[in-house]
Design a protein around this ligand. Structure first.
Ligand code: ZN
Length: 358
């Protein structure tokens, strides 16, 4: 490997590191540019760092804007609070053991449990909200949760926030695309052909010029921003001199927000409808089919909130909870089929199977 190739490899590595974000393990990210056709991304939940998980933002040009969503992390049960740590893991904390305390973006819930939230502001908001919930009666908690659920399932607001974020970073992203192609395409081709030469030096000069423009665009687009970007001027200096910061400057603008993130299902219209429906079914199955479901008279709280939302959106029950067509007992939660005679799915913590119609 020549020095030039080595340098390029280092740049690629630095760039990919810049595309990584530490997010809550349950978070969802949408990437896209327009009013629809966004794609959803998930973090690597197996990797737990600082109470969160790393997520790789779309790294390839043309650069995409990003928006974050968060499923309901805190759900009140009768005598405890259920905390969703990952997609498949939740824990219960008894109300009298709950001592919420925000520390930067981390919310401490009791002596051992900590959850990462997308922003410091949100950690403080949840500290306040959970302290409030702790003092309420079960019925009041029930309505408080439904109110929270309703506000996070506003499809119009979620689409508006995402498209506005994309709009706000449009010029930053266009320049980042040119910059990325120049850095990893044009310069490497020139270097491959001419080696250490004036042409490569001139191309590097153009790269620096692009970074200066990017830095100015960044300062301009964040000048009137209602969210204070931490170390804004230092960051602008970094953007001017470090290619990887220049290429991802728009992420800082898009992802620095104090607003409460929507539920991922609020992205209806933003995501492809078929994809969205798959997500809707999964959220429904996981909230509806809990151990004891055939006997429970009322829906679990999360399922109740989702059912209200689906009705409001005009989605038929058969669409979000398609009837089983199998001839064998089937787990309504994970869809696995079992031999006749088996009544519960052990993978799903003992969820009762749906028996085929005789
Ligand atoms: Zn199952």
């Amino acid at each position: 490997m020549t020095d030039g190739q080595m340098l390029l490899a280092v740049f690629v590595l630095l760039y990919l590191i810049e595309c990584l974000r530490l997010v809550p393990s349950t978070a969802w990210m949408a990437s896209g540019t327009g009013k629809s056709g966004w794609r959803s991304l998930r973090p690597w939940m197996r990797l737990q760092i600082g109470n969160g998980s790393p997520l790789l933002l779309s790294p390839l040009p043309p650069m995409q804007a990003h928006a974050l969503a968060l499923p309901w992390v805190f759900v009140p049960d009768h005598d405890s609070l259920r905390v969703r740590l990952t997609d498949s893991m939740s824990i219960h904390i008894a109300w009298d053991k709950l001592t919420p305390r925000a520390e930067e973006t981390t919310l401490h819930l009791d002596v051992t449990t900590r959850v990462r939230l997308p922003s410091k502001n949100l950690a403080e908001l949840w500290q306040q909200r959970l302290t409030e919930w702790r003092g309420l009666t079960p019925d009041q908690r029930h309505s408080a949760f439904l109110k929270h659920a309703r506000s996070t399932l506003d499809t119009k607001a979620a689409a508006k926030a995402a498209t506005e974020a994309a709009q706000r970073t449009r010029s930053l992203r266009v320049l980042a695309t040119i910059h990325c192609l120049w850095c990893f395409g044009v310069i490497s081709v020139l270097y491959h052909r001419f080696g250490d030469s004036v042409a490569v030096l001139a191309a590097a000069g153009v790269l620096l010029l692009l970074q200066f423009i990017q830095s100015w665009l960044f300062l301009r687009s964040t000048r009137k921003s209602h969210i204070a970007i931490p170390y804004r001027r230092w960051r602008a200096l970094g953007i001017a001199f470090l290619p990887q910061l220049a290429m991802r400057a728009f992420d800082v603008v898009n992802l620095t927000t104090d607003a409460e993130p929507p539920h991922p299902l609020a992205w209806r219209g933003l995501l492809d409808e078929k994809r969205w429906l798959e997500h809707a079914r999964q959220f429904w199955r996981e909230s509806r089919y809990v151990p004891g479901w055939p006997l429970n008279e009322s829906l679990p709280l999360e399922a109740e909130a989702l059912q209200k939302f689906f009705r409001h959106e005009g989605i038929a029950e058969d669409d979000y909870d398609p009837p089983a067509a199998a001839k064998l007992p089937t787990c309504p939660r994970c869809g696995a089929e079992f031999q006749s005679g088996i009544t519960a799915c052990s993978d799903c913590g003992g969820v009762e199977l749906r028996q085929p119609a005789a």
